[in-house]
Ligand binder design. Structure first.
Ligand code: G6P
Length: 609
């Protein structure tokens, strides 16, 4: 949430910063701004999407030049998305500029005190007080002044600060929100996420908690909050620039839907030996530790939560361990019963969602072992967990998760089967059968992508719907939730996902003639019951779109439209069934003229509670 980028090097900073913002816009798109060290600090900022800022920069009378600078794209928390509230924010003399991701929780008391001391505030943001705190603390060394300011702040945030007094340095600090340093040759960058630095380098250093970094063209220095130097531990990222481009697709979401077969294959690669046994050393759990697990918790938000729900069915079925799945923002506030015999799985595409991060911190604090399932190398959740299983989905730019959802499910299946392998709850032959079935998923998903014409026709028919219900049973239920979430976030149509059997306990009241109901009706042990639930909504005039297994003739007699998907094991079916629902949301969103990559009010990586 909020994108941050900084540059110090021999090139003109402005185009690099704008390009960095373009690659981070999924983190927030309410307003954007830049500060370049051009004599003094020159700031340009605008409400609206990045294009508004680009227009403003183009219209600027005197070109902005300078080789050090920083930029920000905002997801508003404190203060409406206006020009004034856009970042960067300046101190009283316009000599110090600050950009910020996160929330300063005690900003009001700081603001009151600073205002009383004569500081002038012009925005409604929590960020502005940091510029004045740094101004107050500045005694000739920017990094020291930032350290001094941070001592007075509470909250979870990342800050980047520049000053006209020291025009060759940008100072960053990480307290819970992500910040990485991109290491180039004679140039260095600072960013909240890897895609922003790929234009210059694939080598990066993630900042750890409470670290301060001074980034110059020729040097990067990391210190702790007391000023003690910390050695750099650079890492390489496999992603390249092309992976973060649209590559001929109309939108990132469409491209990412089509990348799913490859993403699934990459996530499965290297984790299965020639005998079909799983090798998950990355989990860093000894066999005796796995044997010792009595209970599993899964914590996640949004789409990752739906992947976690699917995992609950798989883990319980294959390992007979009880599994509790909880929305991360609720988990730690309800005093869950955790101990050294519990295993907590934190699922997060970004690895930075603050609620999930805090949930795994809470779990670790209560002695639970924690495994992260994430797509982002060296993200906060990956680093704070005991072990990590990466989904190899590549960068995902559309705000709505697609390829990361299917790879999260596969990573969770791998984890479940591995637990079963070590605990001996499945025979080796059963595990290798499941593994073989999983290895077929990329091809099945590829086949499903060819449903696009049929999906387009359905989208045209239902694009004006006011409400859409999604129903399913067993693993069809999380798929229904995910289908509804995709539709509402992409097209702004009201949609609800419901367990099909629960519909008659309330939501069926919403069904009236013509209401579309999407029913997940693939082959499974509760198929007949789903058919009965379809009959119930049909009897009340609903128009049913069923997602069913190829070869099923019975479904054609009850549903108005059928999207046929290939047969697979019922625990794996969410991977296949989700895809046409992603496509339906995408096609309806496009027909309604929505910005499918950047839906209103959302951000891809949510780093505020
Ligand atoms: C945001 C995004 C969702 C995502 C959720 C969790 O709400 O818009 O698409 O599912 O955060 O993100 P994570 O990075 O933790 O998977």
């Amino acid at each position: 949430m909020c994108g941050i980028v900084g540059y110090a090097g021999p090139d003109e900073a402005l185009p690099i910063l704008v390009e960095g913002l373009r690659r981070l816009e999924y983190r927030g798109y309410d307003s954007a701004g830049v500060a370049v060290m051009d004599g003094g600090v020159r700031v340009v900022k605008r409400a609206g999407k990045l294009s508004e800022l680009e227009d403003a920069l183009r219209d600027h009378q005197t070109p902005i030049t300078g080789r050090t600078g920083m930029a920000h794209t905002r997801w508003a928390t404190h203060g409406a998305p206006t020009d004034l509230n856009a970042h960067p924010h300046l101190d009283c003399r316009g000599r110090i500029a600050v950009i910020h991701n996160g929330i300063i929780e005690n900003f009001q008391s700081l603001r009151d005190r600073l205002a009383k001391a004569g500081h002038r505030f012009i925005s409604e943001t929590d960020t502005e007080c940091v510029a004045h705190l740094v101004e107050e603390a500045y005694r000739g060394n920017l990094a020291d002044a930032v350290r001094e300011a941070v001592r007075q702040l509470t909250g979870a945030y990342a800050l980047v600060v520049t000053s006209a007094e020291e025009p060759d340095v940008i100072v960053g600090v990480k307290v819970s929100s992500p910040l990485i340093v991109g290491l180039g040759k004679g140039e260095n960058m600072l960013a909240s996420d890897i895609p922003a630095v790929l234009q210059k380098t694939r080598t990066f250093v993630p900042l750890a908690e409470n670290q301060v970094v001074e980034v110059r063209a020729d040097a990067v220095r990391i210190t702790d909050l007391d000023g003690a130097e910390v050695p750099l531990s650079p890492m390489e990222v496999e992603w390249d620039l092309a992976a973060a481009e649209k590559s001929g697709f109309a939108d990132f979401m469409l491209k990412e839907i089509h990348e799913q077969p490859v993403a699934l294959r990459d996530t499965l690669r290297g984790r299965i030996d020639s005998l079909g046994r799983l090798n998950l050393d990355d989990l860093r759990m000894r066999e005796d530790q796995i044997q010792d697990v009595h209970k599993v918790f899964v914590v996640a938000c949004g789409t990752a939560f739906h992947a976690g729900l699917v995992a609950k069915y798989a883990i319980e079925h294959w390992t007979r361990l009880p599994v509790e799945i909880e929305i991360a923002s609720e988990f730690r506030y309800r005093d869950p019963v955790l101990d050294g015999h519990t295993l907590t799985l934190g699922v997060s595409q970004s690895g930075e969602t603050i609620d999930t991060l805090e949930a795994i911190r809470h779990a670790r604090h209560q002695q639970s072992r924690v495994i992260a399932i994430t797509n982002t190398v060296a993200s906060s959740i990956a680093r704070e967990a005991d072990g990590v299983l990466y989904t190899h989905a590549g960068p995902e730019r559309a705000v709505a998760g697609t390829k990361t959802f299917v790879t999260q499910m596969v990573a969770l299946y791998l984890t479940a089967l591995y637990l079963a392998q070590v605990r001996g709850t499945l025979f080796p032959a059963e595990i290798s059968d499941h593994v073989e079935e999983m290895q077929g998923l990329p091809d099945l998903v590829k086949r499903v992508l060819s449903l696009d014409d049929q999906v387009q026709a359905l989208a045209e028919r239902y694009q004006q719907a006011r409400d859409v219900l999604f129903i399913g049973r067993h693993t069809g239920y999380p798929v229904a939730l995910e289908g509804a979430l995709k539709l509402k976030e992409i097209s702004y149509i009201h949609a609800e996902g419901y367990p099909a059997g629960e519909l008659k306990h309330g939501p069926i009241a919403l069904v009236e003639p013509g209401v579309p109901v999407v029913a997940i009706a693939t082959e499974c042990h509760v198929y007949q019951k789903v058919l009965s639930n379809i009959q119930e909504v049909k009897a009340r005039g609903a128009e049913v779109i069923a997602v069913a297994t190829e070869g099923d003739v019975e479904i054609g007699r009850v549903a108005d439209h059928v999207l046929y998907v290939p047969r697979t094991h019922e625990l794996f079916s969410p991977v296949v069934v989700t895809v046409p629902l992603q496509m339906l949301a995408y096609r309806i969103g496009k027909l309604r003229g929505c910005d499918v990559d950047q839906p209103r009010n959302l951000a891809k990586s949510v780093t505020v509670e």
